[in-house]
Design a protein around this ligand. Structure first.
Ligand code: PLP
Length: 427
């Protein structure tokens, strides 16, 4: 590339001006002991780095991209919106249209607020839960990641797991005292705690399919018990569907399992690759927000028309094409035959290959994975032009742009990388 700095120089400059050289730690590639990639552009299933190397992308902006990069219809919608101005701090039709599409697709969401990131959605939903219930405590589950919200930055998954940072400094202890952390998929421990503390608990927040300790689906019975017990004690049940929203069907994972939470968190896909978050639920709860209610929530860029236009375009295409069965079929084919020394968890187009030989159903079992082996596997794939998320404890994805040929290429690279690790993957 003419006059283009090479990645090594760019990284040096990044280190000089940006802490750790990156704007979000997962991008630092520390868990896999590599240097970060600097992307020049993305097209369909591929990303191209600053030196022109092409990768098949299975990270897909940590799940935000489902139609592939720079989809022509989505790009046109963004361009059309930009030509009308970037942000007004006033209402536009686009945010109304996006909200309506989401409310119609996810019946538990009667009203919704659009914000700028998943983190902001979580933070706002927690405040709303406390405002509604007049209680303080929140229950979360080990390995669940709900953005970098102070009181929830405890026992998180994601890259924090391999960074070895159990929490973050800079957060007063008092914040954690309102957070109860319980093992995922464990009904007895949940029941015991709820029995004892229910008058103090405002909300239970859960990823119905965990995506930040690797992909781990919640047992249906576990989710049913969460719903029953929270209903019984007037505690709000919050489903964090920031990854699963519009990833597995046209709606949330809740549409598939038929469990309605009180509040749903969305992000990623509903913004089509532009920054977004959203929280929505029952009318009477959502109406507690200012200006109708006394729970404050605000943002200069909330409901931004360019982001909303992008989200509308992605959701319209998903509705028209209904690609979910095909995505699942392709993902199944990709992972077919992998077992033995690895455990594969897959739901629809989300999956994780765990480097462990025992089943992975919670944070502790996920942590039995051999991260050193994962790092070597990751490097093997990278050399073959395949980009997986740079941590054992992340979800991998497939987009509608991944062709059979791309899948075949990834499959071959996986097998090659396993062979290089001397790993027996077939039982
Ligand atoms: N919740 C879940 C389940 C997530 O996976 C993430 C991000 O990966 C978040 C919340 C935070 O979203 P954001 O990164 O947009 O702040």
């Amino acid at each position: 590339m003419k006059n283009s700095p090479n990645i090594k120089d760019l990284y040096e400059r990044a280190l000089q001006y940006i802490p750790g050289g990156i704007n979000s730690p997962a991008r630092a590639f520390r868990p896999v002991k590599e240097k970060p990639i600097f992307v020049e552009k993305g097209s369909g299933a591929y990303i191209f780095d600053k030196e022109g190397k092409k990768y098949i992308d299975h990270c897909l902006s940590f799940g935000a991209i489902i139609l592939g990069h720079s989809h022509s219809r989505v790009s046109s919608a963004i361009k059309e919106a930009i030509d009308k101005g970037t942000n007004f701090g006033l209402s536009t039709e686009k945010e109304v249209i996006l909200s309506e599409i989401i409310c119609k697709a996810i019946p538990s969401i009667e009203k919704i607020r659009l914000v700028n990131s998943g983190t902001e959605a979580v933070m706002s939903a927690i405040r709303l839960s406390r405002g509604w219930t007049k209680r303080k405590r929140i229950i979360k589950f080990e390995g669940g990641y709900h953005g970098c919200v102070d009181s929830l930055l405890v026992s998180c998954g994601s890259s924090l797991t391999t960074l070895g940072v159990p929490t973050s400094s800079g957060i007063p202890e008092e914040f954690f005292q309102t957070t109860i952390v319980l093992p995922y998929n464990n009904i007895p421990s949940f029941k015991a705690i709820i029995e004892k503390y229910h008058p103090e608990i405002a909300a239970v927040i859960v990823e119905p399919i965990a995506g930040n300790m690797g992909v781990i689906p919640a047992n249906l019975e576990f989710l049913r018990v969460l719903r029953e017990e929270t209903e019984k004690y007037k505690i709000l049940l919050i489903f964090d569907e920031i990854i699963t929203g519009f990833r597995l069907c046209f709606g949330g994972f809740q549409n598939i399992i038929g469990i309605k939470p009180d509040i749903t968190l969305l992000g990623k896909i509903i913004g089509g690759g532009l920054p977004i978050g959203a929280y929505g639920g029952k009318k009477e709860i959502m109406d507690c927000l200012a200006p109708d209610g006394d729970v404050f929530s605000a943002g200069t860029f909330s409901g931004n028309p360019i982001v909303a236009s992008c989200g509308i375009s992605v959701l319209n295409i998903l509705k028209e094409e209904n690609p979910y069965n095909l995505l699942e079929k392709k993902t199944k084919y990709l992972l077919e035959g992998l077992s033995g020394c690895v455990k594969v968890n897959q739901v629809g187009s989300m999956f994780t290959i765990f480097f462990t030989d025992s089943p992975v159903f919670d944070y502790k079992s996920a942590k039995t994975s051999d991260c050193e082996r994962f790092a070597n596997f990751f490097k093997g794939l990278l050399n073959k032009g395949i980009y997986f998320p740079p941590s054992q404890f992340e979800a991998c994805f497939i987009s509608t742009c991944h062709t059979d040929k791309d899948i075949e290429k990834t499959k071959k690279a996986i097998n090659f990388s396993f062979a290089n690790l001397n790993y027996n993957i077939v039982k």
